[in-house]
Write a protein that binds this ligand. Structure first.
Ligand SMILES: *[C@@H]1O[C@H](CO)[C@@H](O)[C@H](O)[C@H]1NC(C)=O
Ligand SMILES: *[C@@H]1O[C@H](CO)[C@@H](O)[C@H](O)[C@H]1NC(C)=O
Ligand SMILES: *[C@@H]1O[C@H](CO)[C@@H](O)[C@H](O)[C@H]1NC(C)=O
Ligand SMILES: *[C@@H]1O[C@H](CO)[C@@H](O)[C@H](O)[C@H]1NC(C)=O
Ligand SMILES: *[C@@H]1O[C@H](CO)[C@@H](O)[C@H](O)[C@H]1NC(C)=O
Length: 491
């Protein structure tokens, strides 16, 4: 059974640390450490899909002797940080289950040192934050041990678990805080490369499907058995404010809806849409105009009270899919099927009280809307793709995922700066420029097939009359993109 998600109105404005977070059903967690070491200079860390939170967590050890912590993997930020055992968020009481994913007791580590007192402070797009010292200590992940790893120590935070940010060093919180690129330190993938564990700063992410519990991140290589067809390389774009590569912005250049009844091309006045590929975000967020077209195709309706587009849970069985195209014509296309796009709203199923979906269980749609950038393709998109992040050549490799693949054929990047193995470049990327796309309504020829009936006007649905007292909010959706590096526009 897929569990709970959020009732938080605008996912973005909600703090992750609201009481919701501490109401996780921890008995449902499967966060046991599962290390898999490779022989050939690559390291795999098996990550666990926390469906109640939607995030992907990895088991790590910090300090000497190693203390076990389960940390969330985040491509949308660039610092590792761990909650200190002395942080109040880790206090356990009747309402608060504390830091059940582990916390770090710095006094119990013989290799711990403070490298920047009070210098660590990070805020995420969803309003959550962490503050404390920059420290250095031993850090172990996926069988790889890094000495003297710089990390944030969360002494004051509203998030009861830490994160492993694997983005560009230029997106470290210290740079936003000091406004100086020279304060960059070697973050996890950089240090792995410098300490010789991997040849180049690159890694591959395979999240697997919504019903599977684990995916993996492979540092320093690709696994050719985890995707279908060929990998295609597309450009990462610079942050327009800093004119530097600091987050994984790529160009979404087309979006189609297909079902048994037809295919529609969806449009946005913002095409090509700059989107950040962010594993730390549960849902995906596109410009309102194109998101509304997706909702219309699937019969989802936007409820102002919740700030969310909702649809019947049975739509997960719809045979329709959306095709996300990147990097211009001939670029990679990722199909996302409906069973990846329909997520539960509450832990106790609630039914539509009236309208055409009366009596059906309510779910939320995996693509929601933002009114301005950064637009995000989070886990609801990423699960359908195999994504290779090459931080040296500033390219992303994309291919359709192979769900539940059991085979493995790891190919390591041979040297620093080597291009993504077995991948060809998208042929027409030069044509991708910042243009104002034109918005026109599709004919919605595909919607009949998605909804398996003559499309009703979803807009006429009445808001469900929630009985708030019966709804246990088990977790908020997360949006772990660091705030502070400016807006993103294609340049
Ligand atoms: C930490 O995890 C390792 C690896 O699974 C395990 O062997 C060890 O017992 C754990 N240590 C503690 C203190 O939980
Ligand atoms: C550890 O890292 C810090 C910060 O990067 C650096 O200043 C220090 O020299 C390093 N210490 C050792 C022993 O490598
Ligand atoms: C993958 O495995 C999960 C869990 O066994 C299963 O529920 C799901 O349907 C599988 N997905 C595919 C695409 O085969
Ligand atoms: C993705 O969907 C498109 C449109 O329906 C289809 O032509 C294409 O073959 C699909 N690709 C894959 C890999 O399934
Ligand atoms: C999302 O779309 C709805 C209606 O389609 C609109 O009312 C709302 O303001 C939009 N939200 C954001 C954050 O743009």
């Amino acid at each position: 059974m897929k569990s709970v998600v959020t009732l938080v109105a605008s996912a973005l404005l909600a703090s992750v640390a609201q009481a919701q977070v501490v109401q996780w059903d921890i008995a449902k967690r499967h966060v046991g450490p599962r290390f898999a070491k490779r022989q050939d200079g690559t390291f795999t860390e098996v990550i666990t899909n926390e469906k109640t939170r939607g995030g992907y967590f990895a088991s790590c050890q910090v300090g000497t002797p190693g203390q076990n912590l389960t940390l969330q993997l985040d491509t949308g930020s660039s610092d590792i940080w761990v909650p200190s055992s002395s942080a109040s968020v880790c206090d356990q009481d009747s309402q608060n289950s504390g830091c059940t994913f582990g916390s770090f007791d710095e006094s119990a580590s013989s290799t711990f040192s403070v490298v920047g007192e009070n210098e660590f402070t990070i805020s995420y797009v969803d309003g959550s934050h962490s503050k404390g010292d920059y420290v250095a200590d031993t850090f172990e992940i996926g069988g790889a041990t890094l000495n003297n790893m710089t990390m944030g120590l969360g002494l004051s935070t509203d998030i009861p678990y830490g994160l492993v940010g694997v983005g560009y060093a230029l997106n470290e919180a210290i740079i936003a805080n000091t406004q100086s690129a020279s304060s960059a330190y070697d973050n996890l993938p950089v240090l792995m490369q410098k300490q010789g564990l991997i040849a180049t700063n690159a890694y591959s992410l395979w999240l697997n499907d919504l019903d599977a519990n684990t995916g993996s991140i492979l540092f320093g290589g690709i696994d050719t058995e985890k995707y279908q067809g060929e990998l295609t390389r597309i450009n990462i774009y610079k942050d327009s404010q800093t004119n530097a590569f600091s987050s994984f912005i790529v160009a979404l250049t087309s979006l189609q809806a297909s079902s048994s009844s037809g295919t529609d091309t969806l449009t946005s006045s913002e095409l090509p849409v700059p989107v950040v590929l962010d594993s730390g975000t549960t849902f995906s967020y596109l410009p309102t105009d194109i998101a509304e077209q997706m909702w219309q195709e699937v019969g989802a309706a936007y409820y102002t009270q919740l700030g969310l587009a909702l649809l019947p849970c049975s739509m997960e069985n719809s045979d329709g899919h959306f095709s996300f195209g990147f990097g211009g014509s001939g670029g990679p296309v990722i199909n996302v099927t409906m069973d990846e796009l329909v997520l539960p709203l509450t832990d106790e199923p609630q039914q539509f009280p009236s309208g055409p979906y009366e009596g059906q269980d309510i779910c939320q749609f995996g693509v929601q809307n933002f009114s301005s950038s950064p637009y995000l393709l989070g886990d609801t998109f990423l699960r359908s793709a195999y994504v290779v992040y090459d931080l040296v050549n500033n390219e992303i490799g994309l291919a359709p995922t192979d769900f539940n693949a059991t085979g493995s054929n790891v190919v390591a990047f041979p040297s620093e700066g080597a291009q993504i193995p077995s991948a060809s470049a998208a042929p027409n990327q030069a044509e991708v420029t910042q243009t104002s796309g034109s918005l026109s309504q599709p004919t919605y020829g595909a919607s009949g097939g998605f909804q398996n009936h003559d499309a009703e006007s979803a807009a006429s649905l009445l808001p469900p009359a929630f009985d708030w007292s019966r709804i246990a909010v088990m977790g908020a959706s997360m949006c772990f993109v660091m705030v502070g590096s400016g807006f993103f526009l294609l340049i």
